[in-house]
Design a binder for this molecule. Structure first.
Ligand code: SF4
Length: 260
């Protein structure tokens, strides 16, 4: 089946054109590799992967995209509060694929003003302060970085939580400038992801072996009991309905107000 091609748009794609030309139902039937091949064909080099290096999904996607085109791009948000294990993994991926992992930092003046006003560990003080930290250290740097791209790939999976249950394999990210957001693993299970990285001996965050299924910032992540909700180790002092990552919320105001 013929899918959307950037040539048909005579230049940069826009939200309405993408939505009208992409057969999104057909995309849902495509495999992760087929989706990624389509993305590279249409958007590279203005295509990137958003990888946290705190979940195996991103490592699987880097491997797949590297196999399609070694020059595909990847970035990580360095909040300044990541685990040492996460920094180690960035270097292991860099070495394995000879890839320049683009490290994106928050604005130094914004961080200085925040910690001067509310302290280094403000996120424990209130939900509002947690949102403020996530906004300055993650949401805004990501928005600034993505301004240089037309499309980006994420490791979102529908089974991860209720907020992601309706994720499509190809959608528009209105919170980040109407970029094309590509979720090739939307219909994958955790077991499928682990099988993929295990079979190929792809490096993953070593904290996964210490009951950290999802590794975020060091002060906001802890290990979980066997069988517990994988997200229960993130922002454990808050209620479940406030835990969605601000990077993956459609409404810009909501995105700025959510934690990551
Ligand atoms: S996860 Fe915690 S430390 Fe990281 S940006 Fe959000 S509030 Fe700040």
């Amino acid at each position: 089946m013929s899918l959307y091609s950037i040539d048909a748009l005579d230049g940069k794609p826009f939200k309405d054109e993408v939505l009208s030309l992409v057969d999104r139902d057909a995309m849902e039937e495509r495999s992760a590799l087929e989706i990624l091949s389509w993305a590279v064909e249409n958007f590279h080099p203005r295509l990137t992967i958003s990888a946290s290096f705190g979940a195996p999904e991103g490592m699987a996607l880097i491997d797949m995209l590297h196999g399609i085109d070694p020059s595909t791009r990847v970035f990580v948000l360095d909040t300044g509060r990541l685990h040492p294990a996460t920094y180690d993994l960035i270097d292991r991926i860099r070495d394995r694929y000879d890839k320049n992992v683009e490290v994106v930092f928050p604005n130094a003046e914004e961080v200085q003003e925040m910690v001067r006003d509310a302290g280094m560990n403000l996120f424990y003080a209130s939900h509002e302060e947690r949102k403020r930290c996530c906004r300055i250290r993650k949401v805004l740097p990501m928005r600034r970085h993505l301004a240089g791209f037309d499309a980006y790939v994420t490791g979102l999976r529908r089974e991860q939580n209720a907020n992601r249950a309706n994720a499509r394999k190809v959608e528009i990210d209105s919170a980040n400038g109407d970029l094309v957001k590509i979720n090739p693993l939307a219909d994958w299970t955790h077991a499928q992801v682990m099988d993929y990285v295990t079979e190929r001996a792809i490096p993953i965050n070593r904290l996964h072996q210490q009951n950290y299924p999802s590794v975020g910032c060091e002060p906001c992540t802890r290990s979980v009991a066997p069988g517990a909700d994988p997200r229960s180790g993130r922002w454990w002092w808050e209620s479940d309905d406030t835990k969605e990552c601000g990077l993956h919320v459609a409404d810009p105001e909501e995105a700025e107000g959510s934690g990551i």
